[in-house]
Design a protein around this ligand. Structure first.
Ligand code: ADE
Length: 348
């Protein structure tokens, strides 16, 4: 065995004793692997678990996903964030029905051609579900590799990712590529961790790791600083009657596209802004009260929100808005986490 093969073997040996038992690892069903890998992008394992189980119950196969009602799909994704992931899943399911007879294709090139599947996900599905020897390089893997190799290239650059992928290929054991890729992710998630001290005394690669030997784990990996998030101030209106609440469907494009929200406008919450808005709906004489202030952080934007509650005796029809029974809010309408504070404040 050469050095790379030995590293592959020692990592697999470690994985055999340390792999977490996770719902999507129970079998090699390509559909389950695909959905789990999409959910796991940007989202922690513990957060994904309940969503994954519910999704599988409701939409157990490609056919069910391809034909699901959009509102139901959003409801199943509610709280996971990055909602385009779910929309792309449905588009890809339709591509699979049309072009591959409903069977998820067993090839890296065909997988990567599907909507929402990039290099990482194609590598993960190809290796885990179909035993194809390709790397799957996510943020965990980049961190591990940067430390092991003592490589200070910027891991957010595509060039670095491709370079790391090339260096991983000779480590992949031909008989267990999927386990190898998951082992590398697992090492990054549980030992070679992103925040705080890595647990180097538990690492199967301590003897080959440059960062460990040279005490560089605090300096690697190198990531260029992201641009600062833009702050948007919003006034969020909770219009309610005894048993109904007013919601609005967001536009088809942009942040949280197509999801339901409480009516809101740009503004810091000064009286003039609120009065002007209420006037639009001939409600200038109605009283209002401030409720909660909330901050929600997206990847590129922060919303700083001020809640304003308006109680009406009966529902007033308002353009582009929908009055719904409060009791249906949780069950039917996907209202993203950004509004959770306000959602929770509405009593049924
Ligand atoms: N993160 C991304 N893919 C994963 C997997 N298959 N298991 C655990 N964590 C992951």
């Amino acid at each position: 065995m050469n050095k790379e093969q030995e590293m592959g073997a020692s990592l697999l040996h470690w994985y055999d004793f340390n792999a977490r038992i996770l719902p999507w690892r129970a079998d090699k069903n390509p559909y389950r692997i695909w959905i789990s890998e999409i959910m796991l992008q940007q989202t922690r394992v513990e957060a994904v678990k309940p969503y994954f189980d519910r999704f599988m119950k409701e939409l157990p196969d490609v056919n069910a996903l391809a034909t699901v009602d959009d509102d139901k799909l959003m409801k199943l994704w509610e709280g996971l964030g990055y909602y385009n992931r779910a929309r792309n899943l449905k588009i890809a399911a339709n591509e699979i029905l049309e072009n591959y007879n409903g069977k998820i294709p067993a090839s890296y090139d065909e997988l990567i051609s599907l909507k929402g599947i990039g290099m990482y996900t194609a590598g993960a599905i190809a290796s885990i579900a179909f035993n194809i020897s390709v790397p799957a390089v996510d943020g965990n893997v980049l961190r591990v590799m940067a430390r092991v190799l003592g490589d200070d290239s910027d891991i957010l650059k595509d060039k670095t990712k491709k370079g790391m992928a090339k260096k991983i290929v000779p480590m992949i054991p031909a008989d267990r590529p999927g386990d190898f890729n998951q082992a590398l992710i697992e090492l990054g998630a549980t030992v070679c961790i992103p925040n705080g001290e890595p647990l180097c005394d538990q690492c199967p690669w301590d003897t080959v790791c440059t960062a460990y030997k040279e005490d560089l784990t605090g300096l690697l990996p190198v990531k260029t600083k992201k641009k600062e998030r833009r702050i948007e101030h919003k006034i969020v209106f909770i219009f309610e009657t005894e048993d109904q609440i007013l919601i609005h469907k967001r536009g088809k494009k942009g942040l949280l596209a197509g999801l339901w929200e409480f009516p809101n406008i740009e503004g810091t919450g000064i009286e003039e802004e609120i009065k002007d808005y209420l006037k639009k709906y001939e409600l200038e004489d109605v009283g209002y009260e401030f409720t909660h202030n909330g901050i929600h952080i997206f990847s590129h934007i922060e919303w700083h929100m001020k809640g304003v509650k308006i109680f009406l005796e009966k529902p007033k029809p308002m353009k582009d808005m929908l009055w719904i029974p409060k009791k249906d809010m949780e069950r039917i309408y996907a209202i993203p986490s950004a509004f959770e504070l306000f959602r929770n404040s509405v009593k049924n």
